[in-house]
Design a protein around this ligand. Structure first.
Ligand SMILES: Cc1cc2nc3c(=O)[nH]c(=O)nc-3n(C[C@H](O)[C@H](O)[C@H](O)COP(=O)(O)OP(=O)(O)OC[C@H]3O[C@@H](n4cnc5c(N)ncnc54)[C@H](O)[C@@H]3O)c2cc1C
Length: 264
């Protein structure tokens, strides 16, 4: 690990000011600290967000669920309000990594990190979603730009993530058995905004499976999802799964998510 200054501000303004020209925010540290230990990442100033109270908490109102950036996966998973409003989102959070990861990792850190196999990106695209930062609000559909790449500027801080409620929702992932990251994960929702299908783990960043959305808009059944044959041309291929296998898994995970959503 390269040397760095550690700061722990108590307000949003102080956090932004402490970053400097080569600073990094640290949330749960589940990805960043490991990258720093391996010297894959470095910072002059490491700005710990854990004392910024404005970044914590879950608020559910008429049509949306708003989650503070520093809210942990365990807090989302265990929230009765999230379980009632968007059950698929609570289940997604409850399936991330292991207990330690869920107790430390945060929604803001997960989205800013934009790991291609992370679970939350599937929900950002599988539901209507707005990501609020200290500078602006970003539409969920415009947030992921590529491999570990987002619409965030280097000094931009996610403050909260707001999901629209859906009538039905579910997330199913085919897990990488060691890490529990998604080899393929699919979030399906149906509501006033129509049908949305967010996919993670299959490309360099999360995407919407518009072919499956179309099939499910006509007929919201597991069979309709299975009937869609996804092209494998730009799908990830590695030692865990070929592109063809992952492409096939997208329809399979989508059909299981639809069955789960319908069964509630
Ligand atoms: C063993 C293991 C298994 C895992 N399994 C899964 C899994 O199954 N599914 C899954 O989705 N994830 C998984 N993860 C990832 C984990 O859940 C965290 O989401 C992830 O590590 C990032 O969250 P964090 O809060 O730890 O962020 P950090 O590691 O603290 O930060 C990550 C990045 O985000 C930036 N950042 C943090 N907060 C903000 C903010 N508010 N605004 C702007 N930038 C910010 C940091 O500067 C850094 O670049 C796993 C991790 C581990 C170690």
């Amino acid at each position: 690990m390269y040397a760095f200054n550690y700061v722990k501000p108590a307000s949003l303004g102080d956090a932004a000011a402490a970053l400097g020209s080569n600073g990094r925010f640290v949330a749960g540290g589940q990805s960043l600290i490991q990258a720093m230990k391996l010297r894959l990442s470095s910072a002059d100033n490491l700005v710990d967000l854990s004392s910024v109270k404005d970044l914590k908490g879950i608020k559910v109102d008429g049509n949306s669920v708003t989650i503070g950036a520093m809210t942990t996966h365990a807090e989302v998973a265990n929230s009765k309000e999230v379980q009632a409003a968007i059950p698929g989102l609570a289940e997604l959070a409850g399936g991330i990594g292991d207990r330690m990861v869920r107790n430390r990792g945060t929604i803001g850190g997960s989205l800013a990190n934009a790991d291609p196999a992370a679970c939350y990106p599937a929900a950002v695209l599988g539901l209507m979603c707005k990501i609020t930062t200290n500078k602006r609000t970003i539409d969920g559909d415009a947030f992921f730009k590529g491999l570990y790449e987002t619409a965030l500027a280097p000094d931009e801080l996610i403050t909260a993530v707001s999901f629209s409620k859906a009538q039905r929702s579910a997330y199913i992932k085919f897990k990488q058995p060691a890490s529990r990251f998604a080899m393929v994960g699919v979030f399906v929702s149906q509501g006033a905004d129509g049908v949305r299908v967010g996919v993670t783990g299959a490309k360099s960043s999360a995407f919407r499976a518009t072919e499956i959305e179309k099939a499910l808009s006509a007929n919201f059944t597991a069979d309709a999802a299975t009937s869609v044959k996804m092209a494998s041309a730009d799908i990830n291929s590695d030692l865990h799964a070929s592109a063809e296998y992952r492409a096939a898994m997208i329809s399979v995970m989508a059909s299981r998510a639809v069955a789960k959503a319908l069964a509630r």
